[in-house]
Write a protein that binds this ligand. Structure first.
Ligand SMILES: Nc1nc2c(c(=O)[nH]1)N[C@H]1C(S)=C(S)[C@@H](COP(=O)(O)O)O[C@H]1N2
Ligand SMILES: [Mo]
Length: 423
């Protein structure tokens, strides 16, 4: 199929730079993309200029842009009273780019959000160290800092589709427990050196200051000591209370649960503490009846966000877009199938691709109006490929609940309705 490259006839009202749009997308489709855009000649074709409201101390979203997280309970329990919610999910179907707006970063809090006065808050660092110390927020802010864009993902992300696929789920329901923000804080390595950690200490306990007191044992691998940090900044401002104000642990690439919020203690030792968060919870019941502990790294994953569950599309040009991420490093490639995983084409990635951060992918598509299925699969720089559902279930069985990273399939019927299905 060929299309006329019609950059000459692209109308101004398309709001598209003649050079910019083409980017890595196929130039031949520019004309198709523009063909449904209204033609215009003069300013009479656009609304008048509008008078302005007063300036403000901080800006709010347009009243026309409706963006909300959705509080949810355990899998299958939606539309719950916020008092019963355990998660609040990111509306990926309404977002663009790589970074999640701060107020829409997903939230998972086991016993609500404590209201912590930073002047009172302290972080104790002790255990197998020469010099146990206690830090205030101001102490941390005086130290050298690192700023890094990373995803945080709850191990429960995707659990909605582990056993069955409700057709009426949106991508917010299926994949709303992963988000990407820029975090700023003190490198763990700096604190390790300050307290003079014993060489023999190979584990660290991180404990939160909320009612649940979530605490996790973290193996002190070279990667973790070099990459973890105690964050006090989120997208350029202090952490929001829901995300751990005044300080939290950030563990790039690892289970959301390890990113301890309202951090009050780091303790160094030489064995895991076997807290209830790594024995009763956050373990995986495998097909053979054994439980797997400390499955800490988040897998290679991707999902198409546009078009996605509960949307309706029209025949003709449709741009496919979505997000890919891996706890192993950078995403190397994303492939998309528009024929139910029979044939695959490589998508374009938003540059630069960052390690352990979500990256936006996109691809041109002309839908012929016939029922089909669309699906994405990602591969990271270490060669880890996102499995199809059968491969995933064959390896993990159906007893487990966490670390679901199988390919997400959306079906499209002859009316253009997009629905969640198991492949
Ligand atoms: N103290 C404490 N830390 C916590 C939690 C918690 O309930 N209490 N929830 C954990 C879980 S399960 C996840 S997935 C992430 C969620 O971080 P977010 O709410 O900033 O997205 O925080 C982790 N850190
Ligand atoms: Mo989580």
């Amino acid at each position: 199929m060929t299309f006329k490259t019609s950059s000459e006839s692209l109308p101004r009202s398309a709001g598209v730079s003649r050079r910019g749009f083409v980017g890595g997308l196929s130039a031949g489709l520019v004309g198709v993309a523009a063909s449904e855009v209204a033609r215009a000649e003069t300013l009479a074709d656009v609304p008048d200029r509008a008078p302005g409201a007063d300036l403000s101390a901080h800006s709010e979203r347009s009243r026309f842009a409706k963006l909300d997280r959705i509080p949810e309970a355990t899998p299958g329990k939606r539309n719950v009273d916020p008092g019963d919610a355990i998660n609040s999910k990111t509306p990926h179907q309404k977002l663009v780019g790589n970074i999640t707006p701060t107020d829409l970063h997903y939230e998972r809090s086991h016993s609500g959000v404590p209201d912590i006065d930073p002047a009172q808050h302290r972080l104790l660092v002790h255990g197998m160290v020469q010099k146990p110390l206690v830090f205030s927020l101001d102490d941390l802010k005086r130290m050298p800092s690192v700023t890094r864009i990373v995803f945080i993902e709850c191990t429960g992300n995707g659990w909605e589709n582990w056993k069955k696929a409700d057709p009426d789920l949106t991508v917010q329901n299926t994949h709303g427990l992963v988000s990407t923000n820029e975090w700023t804080g003190v490198p763990l390595k700096f604190l390790v050196d300050l307290v003079a950690k014993d060489k023999g200490s190979t584990w660290m306990l991180a404990e939160g200051g909320d009612g649940a007191g979530v605490d996790r044992s973290i193996p002190l691998t070279e990667e973790i000591v070099n990459e973890a940090f105690v964050a006090y900044g989120q997208n350029g401002e202090p952490l929001r209370p829901a995300h751990g104000f005044p300080m939290r642990l950030v563990m790039p690439g690892f289970e959301g649960n390890l990113n301890i919020k309202w951090l009050r203690r780091l303790k160094f030792g030489n064995a895991p503490w076997m807290t209830r968060w790594e024995t009763a919870r956050y373990t995986q019941l495998l097909a053979n009846g054994k439980a797997r502990q400390f499955q800490l790294r988040m897998e290679t994953n991707s999902v198409i966000t546009q078009p996605s569950g509960m949307m309706q599309i029209q025949p003709g040009y449709n741009r496919i877009s979505g997000l890919a991420w891996s706890g192993h490093g950078k995403i190397a490639k994303v492939e998309i199938s528009t024929d139910g995983a029979q044939t695959w084409k490589q998508a374009q990635l938003a540059q630069p691709v960052l390690s352990k951060a979500q990256v936006r992918f996109q691809m041109d598509w002309v839908w012929d109006g016939k029922p089909t299925r669309i699906v994405s699969r990602s591969t990271d720089e270490q060669g880890n490929a996102q499995p199809d559902r059968q491969t995933f279930i064959a390896a993990m069985g159906t007893n487990a609940l966490f670390h679901y990273n199988a390919q997400q399939t959306w079906s499209i019927d002859d009316a253009g309705r997009v629905r969640n299905v198991l492949a």
